[in-house]
Design a protein around this ligand. Structure first.
Ligand code: FES
Ligand code: FES
Length: 213
């Protein structure tokens, strides 16, 4: 009687390693990855390079070139930055005021390519190549803009907080030709709130600048 074992039960002799199964592969790579990450945490270091980690943490930003009051600026801004914050905090132009920061008061009004906008609602990154005019850009040398002069002549302010926005909006109102009547001016300026209630005098100032007085 033969003592030889059937072929299937014979332990394989040394041979080429068999390929790992998919399950074994995933388990191994997960364990290795976890060990690397845990090592980084334990050591107080990031598993990524310092630059990559900083880039991952930094808010998305963009470079934008725009002209403000005739002067070209190229700046890097957080993509969430409003034009108002760019003007006030990065360019130092604090004439435009932050009243509500929500598009409801008009204190932040500036001109973008000649159009009145609430700068608190306008994203700076969208203004590549735009021409911005703020209250600081109205006077020419020592000469006030006619509407600035008209506000003084008509005594059209009290605390003055809304005044830069009122004047910029008034400039837009005159340029757009919405000055046919006091009623039309009021309607055109209705987005600019004056908490001191100087509306009658503000309308008179716009009328004066439009040549109606
Ligand atoms: Fe922009 Fe009030 S601050 S509308
Ligand atoms: Fe005070 Fe208009 S002058 S809010």
């Amino acid at each position: 009687m033969s003592t030889e074992l059937p072929e299937s039960t014979v332990a394989p002799a040394e041979g080429p390693p068999t390929a790992p199964s998919r399950r074994t592969f995933i388990a191994t790579t997960t364990a290795v990855g976890g060990a690397v990450a845990a090592g980084g945490l334990i050591m107080g270091t990031s598993p990524f390079g310092a630059e990559e980690a900083a880039a991952a943490e930094a808010p998305p930003s963009s470079r934008v070139s725009l002209t403000v009051n005739g002067k070209r600026h190229t700046v890097t801004v957080d993509n969430r930055t409003s034009l108002l914050d760019l003007l006030r905090e990065q360019l130092g132009l604090t004439g435009s005021k932050k009243g509500c920061d929500a598009g409801a008061c008009g204190a932040c009004t500036v001109l973008v390519d000649g159009q009145r906008v609430n700068s608190c609602l306008t994203l700076a990154v969208r203004l590549e190549g735009a021409e911005i005019t703020t209250i600081e850009g109205l006077e020419k040398g020592d000469r006030l803009h006619p509407l600035q002069q008209a506000f003084i002549d008509q005594d059209a302010f009290q605390c003055g907080y809304c005044t830069p926005g009122q004047i910029m909006s008034g400039v837009g109102c005159v340029q757009e030709g919405h000055t046919g009547s006091a009623e039309e001016i009021r309607e055109s300026m209705s987005g600019n709130i004056c908490r001191c209630g100087c509306y009658v005098k503000i309308v008179r100032a716009v009328e004066q600048a439009a040549g109606r007085k």
